[in-house]
Ligand binder design. Structure first.
Ligand SMILES: [Zn+2]
Ligand SMILES: [Zn+2]
Length: 237
């Protein structure tokens, strides 16, 4: 087994807030507080984007809609100020058939510059995210659920990473994701997919870094470098 020594900064890579995800139950501040209490160094808020299970009002203008996502991030970041905890901005984008990609390394100016981004094909979405220095990790690639069309296969050519451990997936589903990542040279990510500040998943998933990261761009660079460890069922591997 490879060494996990020195990878002391834990980050959640996949969590939701009630401000922008219809299925989530806790505010951005409550989520940040829960991870801080678990000893995490930070978290990426990956609320469901506009084509997925969003809590954002579709009748708003593009600028207003994407600002809602940014405001959830800002609220958590404001809560975390001075507490040695970094909140990072991300998204979980549903591109069709209930299939979703976690998106890291993008920001508000990127969203403002691309009205209707949620409706683009995965190819086009991936191209723009990559152009902006961001990365995509497919969320729970083989989860079987009523809302996911199993005919919709992962498109590894558009991806940088794959979520090889999702706390709420079945073991076999996660194992299939490991194969997807290995066969296609994708970096592995681990996520709690947390929707509630009292969730049993908090502390069980994420990645562990050697040094803190202050932005989504820095996180994307670490993921690309692969110099991190996974947190699986609370253990570093
Ligand atoms: Zn959800
Ligand atoms: Zn999710």
């Amino acid at each position: 087994m490879r060494s996990t020594e020195g990878y002391t900064f834990r980050y959640e890579t996949h969590c939701h807030t009630s401000w922008c995800s219809a299925c989530a139950h806790s505010s951005p501040q409550e989520m940040a507080e829960a991870y801080l209490e678990k000893g995490y160094a930070g978290m990426v808020i990956t609320d469901h984007f506009l084509r997925g299970n969003t809590a954002v009002d579709h009748s708003l203008s593009w600028e207003e809609k994407v600002t809602c996502y940014w405001n959830a991030y800002l609220a958590a970041a404001e809560f975390a100020r001075g507490k040695n905890f970094s909140v990072l901005f991300g998204l979980e984008h549903m591109y069709g058939g209930g299939k979703e990609v976690l998106t890291y390394g993008i920001d508000l100016p990127f969203l403002l510059a691309h009205p209707g981004l949620h409706l683009f094909s995965l190819e086009e979405y991936a191209r723009l995210v990559h152009e902006a220095g961001g990365v995509l990790s497919m969320a729970h690639p083989y989860r079987a659920a009523p809302y996911i069309d199993p005919e919709f296969r992962p498109q590894p050519q558009c991806l940088d990473g794959a979520e090889v451990f999702n706390f709420f997936n079945k073991t076999e589903e996660n194992k299939e994701a490991v194969v997807l990542a290995e066969e296609n040279g994708l970096f592995p990510t681990s996520g709690g997919d947390v929707h509630h500040a009292q969730s049993e998943a908090i502390g069980m998933a994420g990645i562990a870094l050697k040094a803190p990261v202050a932005s989504g761009k820095e996180l994307a660079a670490v993921l690309k470098s692969r110099d991190y460890r996974l947190i699986i069922e609370g253990q570093l591997v």
